[in-house]
Design a protein around this ligand. Structure first.
Ligand code: RP5
Ligand code: MG
Ligand code: MG
Length: 294
């Protein structure tokens, strides 16, 4: 079971110049059912870019309204919700989450417990923010350790924290997960902006081919993401797309794009360090495929 660590303690990584500090939460004070020894009074923080701009009266389509608005007061928690003409999935994979009152409005409570920060932080939605993670794998070329081979996956380097990660992204309202998986992989790991049109078509064909069969389901649920707060958190659908013989994806030319600043094939080891709880997801794939994990 994933219990969160990366969304506890220290300065909130995506707080910009605001230097937002999380209240320290001990393991034994994680649960909402426990009354902590010291009074629990975290700051409330939501980054400007996900809120309604007071001048333009606009906000990003993927973001919610803030506390105190009639739109948020009318939100349908733990179910599908129609907002601004799109269908938002506000259900959690984990459980039926509870609510708390924040500045007079009911908002969701993180099912994994306290994080030391309230508000949405850098996340667009209150409650679950649904993402999809494509784990694209091949066997490490030319290497064999005893009987077992080493599995590699396509990792991207994130612009926000500089950490290596799975090239995942947010599921748009109403979007099928398999579409998100393909789209995010294309944007972050196989960007075709700078390649000539002939090659672009070939790249797209390769990616289509890989994603057509649908991958193997690896994980559905909570992600220990550093952006999580008491009231907003990441959840994901992680799927594995594997190139057994090394003659399809294994040959792709990778191009980092969108929010990625680097891309590479990376060996899955037992002490691999990745963004959020991505190490856990890729190690699950390696174990399933009976790869060597050194
Ligand atoms: C992670 O955030 C998920 O596992 C997914 O990889 C990612 C989606 O967010 P963005 O990449 O769009 O920031 O927790
Ligand atoms: Mg993306
Ligand atoms: Mg992404």
């Amino acid at each position: 079971k994933v219990i969160h660590y990366k969304c506890r303690g220290g300065v909130y990584q995506r707080g910009g110049d605001n230097k937002i500090r999380r209240v320290e939460v001990d393991d034994r004070d994680l649960s909402w059912l426990i009354v902590p020894k010291e009074e629990y009074r975290p700051q409330i923080f939501t980054t400007k870019s996900v809120m309604l701009d007071s001048k333009t009266q606009k906000k990003p389509v993927w973001a919610d309204y803030d506390v105190g608005t009639k739109e948020l007061q009318a939100a349908k928690w733990n179910s599908f919700d129609n907002l601004d003409g799109s269908r938002i999935d506000r259900r959690s994979y984990e459980c039926k989450y509870k609510l708390e009152t924040l500045n007079g409005t009911s908002v969701p409570l993180n099912p994994k417990g306290r994080t030391g920060l309230k508000g949405r932080g850098a996340l667009g939605r209150w409650g679950p923010n649904h993402a999809a993670d494509p784990i694209v794998t091949r066997w490490q070329p030319g290497k064999k350790r005893g009987e077992k081979r080493v599995l590699e996956f396509i990792a991207i380097q994130r612009r926000d924290t500089g950490e290596w990660a799975i090239p995942g992204g947010m599921v748009d309202p109403g979007e099928q997960v398999n579409v998100t998986l393909r789209r995010e992989f294309g944007e972050e790991a196989m960007a075709s902006l700078e390649v000539p049109p002939e090659e672009r078509a070939r790249i797209q064909q390769n990616v289509d081919e890989l994603f057509r069969k649908g991958g193997d389901m690896i994980y559905k649920g909570y992600v220990d993401d550093p952006r999580n707060t008491d009231n907003a958190w990441m959840e994901t659908d992680a799927y594995n797309f594997h190139d057994e013989n090394g003659n399809s994806v294994a040959k792709f030319k990778l191009h980092a794009g969108d929010d990625a600043t680097g891309v590479q094939w990376m060996a899955i080891t037992k002490d691999i360090r990745l963004y959020a709880s991505h190490a856990h997801f890729v190690q699950t794939v390696a174990r399933k495929r009976e790869a060597a994990m050194t």
